[in-house]
Each structure stands twice: as C-alpha cells, then as structure tokens.
Design a protein around this ligand. Structure first.
Ligand code: GLN
Length: 306
C-alpha cells in the first residue's frame, strides 16, 4: 500500500468526522433507525490486494441498494445483452423508489439501480435459477470470499413490514407484463437481497473485480467479462446515485453505488475500490458524509477517472 493513500484517507476521515451532519438516518425501514448515526468508516483496497482503512471500517452495516450491483452482475452473466430488453440504461432523474416514469415507459425501469429496475432483476434471477435466494447468496459468498455471509432476517423482516412502495412498484410493473413471477416471491427475494451486511473492508474487497476488468483480485477468477464490467461501471457512474448521480460524478468523479444503510462503494478502474459508511442520508437518500469524504479523497489524491 502506497503510504500516500493511507495518509490521504486518514486526513479525509478526521476532517469529515468533525464536521456537523445535517443528514437523517433512513427511518422508513424501522430497523435501520436503530443504528448509531455517528458511525463513520472508510476502507480502500488496491487491485494488488493491499488495503487499509480507518474509523468504523470493520463494523458491519446494511448494504441495501449496493447489493443491486451484485444482482445485476449475476443476471447479466446469465441472460447477456437480452437483459436490456427489460431494463433501460438511462439515468432516471428521480428518487430511488419513484413510480413516476414507469407509466411513461410502460413498465420498463429506467435502469437496474432504481428500485423498479432491481425488482425486475430479481424477477429475472427467479426465472433462471433453481433457488434464487440461495444461489445469489452462494454467488456473493464466492465473490467476496466470505463463506459465512448471510441475509439479515431482522432487516429483511423489518422492510417486509413497511415496504409498501416496493410492493406498489412490483405490482405496477407486473401490470405491464414485465414481471414474470408471483410479485410476492419477487419482493421477498428483493428484500432479502437488500438485507446483506458487510463491513467497509469487505465491501471494498468484494467490489474489486469491477476495478480489475471483471476478475477477482484474490485468485484471478473471472466473475464477468471485461466488456460487461465496463458497462456495469458505466451504469454506476450514470445511475448509481439516482437523482444525484450527476452531482456524484461532478464532485467525486468515480463510478459508485450507494445504499440507504449509509454505505457507498466507488472504484477507479485498474487502481482501487473504496467503501465508506456513515448512516445519515441527504435528501436524495445518499450518505451525506460518505459523499463528502469521497470528494475529499479524490480531490486531494487527484485520482479520479476524469
Ligand atoms: N431496500 C431499500 C428499498 O427498497 C433499498 C433502497 C436503497 O438503498 N436506496 O427501499
């Protein structure tokens, strides 16, 4: 690990740690509101495997929508380019759980990272896999080298009680014929998928394949083709932060993905993956301090894709 990286990260951490935070912890999933809002962690993994972090970087948190990148990776591998017949690749300019554009585009979600798109991905996985829930978990365990990784029943059950907008989204898409399976089964899998928990360290290591042309950095296993990795990164850059994707590209300059648990993972192809966690969210549902910290890191290191 180049010591400049660790110094840079430590500096950014201390600077952001002491700032006030106007964000709010997500409460619409009751269990997420039980998290200590002052947590802050960051971890960087270089593609040579060296890594370092600071703060609460070794504490698990709910990765929520960050898991949508992993379900897309699995579904894209299975169905190939045909996947884009069911989900578009355009930024939505709307909140993550918006129903608005589904009417206009006749049940075709704008991209795989808004909830509607991720719900269609879950439907695709259910159609093609024997047991989507188990097979997806096995895929992520292999990808992350975390054989004990499992869904959090507490978080999934909490969201199952209150996920009314997602129920509406799934049924609405079904009315246009873009959900093949029983909506209850699709939603059940979607909520489980969002309930995965990881630390910043684990997250930065799990996503390293996308900074490494689709191959795991630990043993070189091919997870996805180079071309598909490029496209997933393009989608993270343009759609990873919903109606704040432009702002993230402008301020941070990296492809990335956020989750309402307060996590963000971002990557610089051929270089590194970085994960941050701070539970308080801004109005767009993205981690307030997480974005500030990443902005600080890429501004001072001058290492972004632009
Ligand atoms: N499970 C959350 C939801 O569906 C995921 C949203 C997010 O992380 N942006 O609302």
């Amino acid at each position: 690990m180049d010591s400049n990286y660790s110094k840079n990260i430590e500096k950014a951490y201390h600077k952001i740690k002491n700032r006030s935070n106007k964000g709010l912890v997500a409460k619409y999933i009751p269990e997420l509101a039980n998290v200590d809002p002052s947590k802050l962690g960051v971890h960087i993994t270089m593609i040579d495997g060296s890594n370092c972090g600071v703060g609460n970087n070794l504490e698990k948190f709910s990765i929520q929508s960050i898991a949508k990148v992993l379900s897309l990776t699995m579904a894209y591998n299975i169905v190939g380019e045909k996947i884009w017949n069911r989900i578009d690749v355009e930024p939505s300019g709307t909140k993550f759980d918006s129903l608005l554009l589904l009417e206009t585009y006749k049940g075709i979600p704008r991209n795989p990272f808004v909830n509607s798109g991720a719900i269609v991905i879950c439907d695709i996985l259910i159609t093609h896999l024997e047991d989507a829930k188990e097979d997806f978990l096995a895929f992520v365990r292999e990808l992350s080298d975390l054989p004990d990784l499992s869904y959090s029943d507490t978080i999934a059950d909490s969201e199952k009680q209150t996920g009314f907008r997602n129920v509406a989204l799934c049924n609405f898409i079904k009315s246009f014929g873009n959900i093949e399976n029983d909506p209850a089964e699709v939603l059940d899998f979607y909520f489980d998928m969002c309930s995965l928990e990881m630390t910043c360290q684990q997250l930065s290591q799990t996503f390293a394949f996308l900074a490494n042309n689709g191959r795991k950095i630990t043993d070189g296993t091919k997870i996805i083709s180079k071309m598909k990795a490029k496209r997933i990164n393009a989608l993270m850059l343009t759609c990873g932060f919903y109606d704040e994707s432009g702002e993230f590209a402008f301020r941070v300059g990296l492809p990335g993905k956020s989750g309402v648990g307060g996590g963000i993972v971002a990557l610089y192809p051929d270089n590194y993956t970085i994960a941050v966690w701070s539970p308080k969210l801004n109005l767009h549902g993205n981690s307030h301090k997480g974005m500030e910290l990443l902005e600080d890191v890429t501004t001072h290191s001058e290492l972004s894709i632009f």
